[in-house]
Ligand binder design. Structure first.
Ligand code: NAD
Length: 415
């Protein structure tokens, strides 16, 4: 266990190195798989509404493209610096490999607090960022998608900005509005996939999903759809939170009622139908399944000893720190890693891209069926490795993913 917490980049390197040891990969292959293939850093100047000019830092990092075009979200957040984007790009390489979909891994980001921009400023920022990276993206090169701070509208602007110089190409981004070639089921896909994987894992650790007590941190895209799906399959969501507040009801919250409140106020604050608790308390509740669906690094070496859930499903990217992961392992708490748990988003992004290329739309039922087929296969591939090698779900998921990319690298024969 480390003496202090590792950064997100150090964490992704540490898990990667562990999987290389397990797979007995040689040093050369480790270097090929560790280093990003391309790191682009751009200045994003925009005219603000008050007439002044501000310049934001933007990035697009393409970690590995051996299995297909790079794929990964764009994050608009103050913390979206080069190291952060690099760590997230690497996670995408393993996520697409574990799901066995034909993409590599990338991530983009602009260091900005989007809530401080007006709609017009956000629009100008998106167009400027897109044109700055447009020579390295494209339907067969690199396909961005939404992440924290970006949404379907931002993707529509990106598609339009790219199309102005490259022609109509809806497959350049995924997570678009339905009217512009988005896929049915994409918005809900990550949360739905989280629940599919949680149910598979619950059955392996002996939790009955019907009536299982669930706590979800984060009530944005992923958390809110996960909460709705959990309710649909008969689990009891007893706690949810957003950045400002947390809500708890031992008998189960009424998710529809909460969605109504959030649609009106954009926050969980003053939401009726539950007791208000401190945000940190949510993580330590006595529940069956804990779903961190907000930000990275929330389960730490400090609070990991107080976690009472039997199963943690990483809906956010990297919510459990490297040190906390070791503590949870020692305590026998099962953690389903991000590269498996939140893969539903990129899987349905793959369906969206395929539909755009075919100029053909799938009905929602087909999207959800094929999502389950792909994500459950990924779960089972990792679960087989867990049994075979007697290792954790995270080590197994990494080993399957890194092994897949290593084999593809050898077969391509470019080194
Ligand atoms: P979002 O911006 O829609 O929602 C984030 C939510 O977390 C909001 O409710 C916010 O208030 C809350 N939050 C922020 N800080 C918090 C804190 N300290 N405590 C409690 N709540 C807090 O983002 P999202 O798209 O739902 O993404 C959430 C996570 O899932 C991110 O780590 C993202 O990278 C990951 N993810 C998202 C997708 C996707 O399809 N959206 C896919 C894969 C992974």
């Amino acid at each position: 266990m480390p003496e202090t917490e590792l950064t997100m980049l150090e964490t992704s390197h540490a898990y990667f190195n562990e999987s290389c040891d397990l797979l007995e990969l040689d040093d050369g292959m480790r270097q090929v798989l560790l280093n990003p293939w391309r790191e682009l850093s751009v200045a994003v100047p925009i005219r603000m509404d008050d007439g002044g000019i501000r310049v934001f830092n933007g990035f697009r990092i393409q970690h590995n493209g051996v299995r297909g075009p790079y794929k990964g979200g764009v994050r608009f957040a103050p913390a979206a610096d080069a190291d952060h984007t690099n760590a997230l790009a690497m996670l995408m390489t393993w996520k697409t490999a574990l799901a066995d979909i034909p993409f590599g891994g990338a991530k983009g980001g602009v260091q900005v607090e989007p809530s401080e921009l007006s709609e017009d400023e956000l629009h100008r920022l998106t167009r400027r960022y897109t044109s700055a990276i447009s020579h390295i993206i494209g339907p067969n090169r690199d396909i961005p998608a939404p992440d924290m701070g970006t949404n379907a509208q931002v993707m529509a602007w990106m598609m339009d900005a790219y199309g102005q110089s490259h022609g109509y190409a809806p497959g350049v981004v995924t997570g678009k509005p339905i009217e512009l070639g988005g896929s049915y089921g994409r918005e809900a896909a990550t949360g739905r996939g989280v629940c599919d994987v949680a149910a598979l894992a619950a059955s392996d650790v002996g939790i009955e999903m019907r009536g299982a007590r669930i706590a979800i941190q984060g009530f944005g895209n992923v958390g809110s759809f996960a909460a709705q799906r959990m309710e649909e399959i008969g689990a009891k969501v007893v706690a949810i939170s957003d950045v400002k507040s947390a809500l708890y009801d031992n008998n189960g919250l009424d998710i529809d009622q909460i969605l109504g409140h959030v649609a009106k106020t954009r926050t969980l604050e003053d939401c009726p139908g539950g007791e208000s608790i401190a945000n940190d308390q949510l993580l330590e509740l006595d529940v069956d399944i804990l779903i961190p669906a907000a930000i990275e690094g929330v389960i730490t070496m400090t609070n990991a000893v107080d976690i009472k859930a039997k199963l943690i499903v990483e809906a956010a990217n990297s919510p459990v720190t490297y040190g906390a992961n070791a503590i949870l392992e020692e305590r026998g708490i099962t953690v389903i890693p991000d590269i498996l748990a939140n893969a539903g988003g990129v899987i349905v992004s793959y369906f969206e891209w395929a539909q755009n290329i075919q100029r053909f739309r799938w009905p929602l039922e087909r999207v959800n069926e094929e999502l389950y087929s792909i994500i459950s296969s990924a779960y089972l591939r990792a679960a087989d490795m867990v049994k075979e090698r007697q290792i954790t779900q995270r080590s197994a998921a990494y080993a399957v993913a890194v092994g897949t990319v290593a084999r593809a690298t050898e077969l391509r024969g470019f080194i």
